[in-house]
Design a protein around this ligand. Structure first.
Ligand code: ADP
Ligand code: ZN
Ligand code: ZN
Length: 703
């Protein structure tokens, strides 16, 4: 190995005690076992530094999280740390508190929080081993020249309207902890408010953390933020972090943040863990967005951790949205959060008119109502763009035999395989759950009939149909399939922005954030599919999504229109959309949640088990469920805790694994936390006996 040790004192110092002292360290490492683990060192190591430690037969990078006076186990079993990595200053007390809080709250070992939060080169032992390693990744990166940043044309700050100015000033004048809920209709200019507040924060020499939901939003937003801040900060002082970066790009941004060189860090959910020594303001844009919730490993909510961070640092945090999560809205109603409202669009254009097309008694043509086709025709004639929104990719959700009713199914999942066009006329069947692919059978596998038909429609089929109906229109499709190649999403969006597209077909990828200039019409197909999803948050999500996608229309021009095709026009969600009435919808949905005792009036956690057979998964969940009764002495708060019956997941089997889950609910967050922290320790043994894999999710988004 090629590691230099840090010599904190010269060896010949006369004050050195005669006997070599041993220092005890607790070290967090990324293993699925509760740590931290104890090691020894002949010299003191500051808390927050990284070290290399032996672990079993491996060596791992860990972080020193404590220095106990005495070890908790027999000294004879304690191994010395192998090396102290001094290429970074120690993590701050605040940063370690954040990690500790996340570990406790989400019931994970501390090492599984701390290490995955670091850029890969800082936690991989391989980066510090081998012949080429002299110096480690930080020094290697420092020796390489930073890539030149593209020149941006500076954009002047906009003259804020009255409500924007009031919101921005209120935020900027706040220095202690406060949560602002910036509720602004789509196109109301929330970004401008964030940037004004951010600018004032940076002017005081403080850093800004600006969280955004998804990578597809970042390029456009990054450019406009760079342009807007060009007059205020140097280009290097704007750091950007998202999952599309290479390891070294991410490391560079992270180091800029950690070093205090970045005045503003713009990033997706993982950036909430970035060390920012001088943090003065946090912004969470589109705070309701589900991509703030990590869906594997540590299942954290970046929005919730952002609020915790602001509280710990005693600084303001801004949560912004046109459709706030009901949790945040509830906090604002109760006065825990301060609500700031932007009621009008910034560009003096009216919100689009939303119309419901009742499809119950209509003859649809390939899923299109006559009203929608007529509206598209008119927009084409007027030289405006239309967006057809359908949240279902592929050609058709399944293939079916018209004589016997056979339907294409995935052999590994309880799901249909989706028919996909592969370019030209070639097709295949794909499972959206496990990735299984199969050829399209020439004849029905059950009855041999050759009359096989696509069932329903996805974006590819809609695109094909539009091309037949409007042969001269320029049509593009934006979904996960058409944007698989790196850069292709940006290119497609650029075409739309340049006015080279007349009709855009897209999934939720097009719904968010984009500021389309000439979009006059949005047509929504198959919205009802989401209305009847089993999850209690389905109406909330549907409302947010339709409000967002509607908000893409008429951002720069008057007279825009949104047509929603539905069989259930009387539903509250749709009625509220017609009136642009978020407040009304939120009140309605909150009343309903209160009546049945759902979040935000209660707190939830979800235990999921996976096994070859459902029976094992259920058995494990049953055992976990009866544990508190069996050990009543240990689980004293169980009167406040409801453990529901285990139920199989709606898509029971995925990739030959069957899944079930158990919902835990409480009216008290501390009671739930207390219960979970005991319960989680008993689960590994139960899982070993039942041979299942399990995971526990706190504040689950989907049930
Ligand atoms: P939101 O995020 O609230 O949907 P944006 O921040 O994207 O809205 O702003 C919508 C549009 O309005 C953008 O084109 C933006 O440049 C413009 N805009 C924002 N504030 C102002 C203002 N004060 N004056 C003029 N235009 C503005
Ligand atoms: Zn058949
Ligand atoms: Zn499958």
């Amino acid at each position: 190995m090629n590691i230099e040790r840090v010599e904190t004192h010269p060896a010949a110092s006369p004050v050195l005690p005669a006997k070599v002292r041993t220092y005890w360290l607790s070290v967090a490492v990324d293993v699925p076992v509760n740590g931290p683990f104890e090691y020894s060192s002949s010299e003191p190591v500051p808390i927050g530094l990284r070290v290399i430690v032996p672990f079993g037969r491996r060596k791992l990078v860990g972080v020193v999280v404590g220095a106990p006076e005495q070890p908790s186990i027999d000294e004879a079993y304690i191994k010395p740390v192998e090396a102290v990595l001094d290429d970074l200053p120690p993590f701050s007390g605040h940063w370690l508190r954040l990690a500790r809080f996340a570990a406790q709250y989400y019931q994970r070992p501390l090492g599984e929080v701390i290490l995955p939060a670091l850029p890969a080169p800082l936690r991989k032992i391989s980066a510090y081993q081998g012949k080429r390693s002299a110096g480690g990744p930080v020094e290697r990166l420092a020796r390489r020249k930073a890539p030149a940043l593209a020149q941006v044309e500076p954009a002047p700050a906009l003259q804020l309207n009255e409500q924007q100015a009031e919101a921005a000033n209120t935020i900027a004048q706040t220095q202690g902890f406060k949560v602002f809920l910036l509720h602004g209709v789509t196109g109301s200019g929330k970004t401008e408010v964030y940037l004004h507040a951010a600018q004032q924060c940076m002017a005081r020499g403080k850093q800004v953390l600006f969280l955004v939901p998804e990578i597809n939003l970042t390029p456009q937003l990054e450019q406009s933020i760079r342009a807007r801040l060009a007059a205020v900060v140097a280009p290097e002082a704007i750091a950007v972090m998202h999952s599309g970066l290479s390891d070294s790009e991410r490391l560079r941004a992270w180091l800029n943040a950690q070093h205090g060189r970045a005045a503003i860090l713009l990033g997706t959910r993982l950036s909430v863990f970035a060390p920012l020594p001088n943090l003065g303001l946090i912004v969470v844009d589109e705070e309701h967005d589900s991509s703030y919730k990590q869906q594997d490993g540590l299942r954290y909510s970046a929005r919730d951790l952002a609020v915790w961070r602001a509280h710990d640092l005693d600084i303001p945090v801004v949560l912004g949205s046109a459709t706030p999560s009901l949790e945040s809205w509830y906090h604002a109603q109760r006065g825990h959060y301060k609500k700031l409202s932007l009621e009008q669009r910034a560009r003096q254009v009216a919100l689009p008119a939303v119309r419901l097309v009742d499809t119950r008694r209509l003859a649809l043509q390939q899923g299109f109502s006559p009203q929608l086709l007529e509206a598209i025709t008119q927009r084409l004639q007027a030289g405006e763009q239309s967006l057809v929104f359908l949240n279902r990719r592929g050609y058709a959700p399944a293939l079916t035999c018209s004589s016997c009713g056979w339907v294409s199914k995935c052999p590994r999942c309880t799901a249909y395989t989706v028919l996909h066009r592969q370019g030209g006329r070639r097709s295949n069947l794909q499972c959206h759950h496990c990735g299984f692919q199969a050829r399209v059978p020439h004849a029905c596998p059950d009855c041999g009939d050759q009359d096989m038909r696509p069932m329903g429609r996805g974006t590819q089929r809609v695109e094909e149909h539009l091309a037949e109906l409007f042969p001269t229109a320029r049509i593009a499709r934006i979904d996960a399939d058409s944007t698989r190649l790196k850069g292709s999403a940006a290119q497609l969006f650029a075409q739309v922005h340049a006015g080279e597209i007349d009709i855009l077909v897209g999934t939720q990828m097009v719904a968010k954030g984009h500021d389309f200039g000439r979009l006059g019409l949005v047509g929504v197909l198959n919205a009802d599919a989401m209305l009847f999803a089993q999850d209690f948050r389905a109406p909330e999500r549907l409302f947010a999504q339709l409000m967002q996608v509607s908000g893409r229309a008429g951002r720069h021009t008057q007279g825009a229109e949104v047509l929603i095709q539905t069989d259930y026009p009387e539903q509250a969600v749709y009625q509220a959309l017609v009136r642009h009435d978020y407040d009304g919808f939120a009140q309605y949905a909150l009343n309903e949640r209160e009546a049945i005792g759902l979040p935000p009036y209660t707190y939830q956690a979800l235990l999921t088990a996976e096994a070859r057979e459902l029976a094992s998964a259920s058995k494990f969940l049953q055992a976990a469920r009866s544990l508190p009764e069996q050990r009543a002495g240990e689980f004293s708060t169980t009167s406040l805790i409801t453990l529901y019956d285990p139920v199989p997941l709606r898509v029971l089997r995925v990739a030959n694994v069957e899944r079930a889950q158990l919902l835990i609910e409480s009216v008290s967050r501390p009671a739930l936390q207390g219960f979970l922290s005991k319960w989680v320790h008993a689960l590994p043994e139960l899982a070993r006996e039942a041979r299942v894999r399990w995971q526990l999710e706190v504040d689950p988004m989907e049930i």
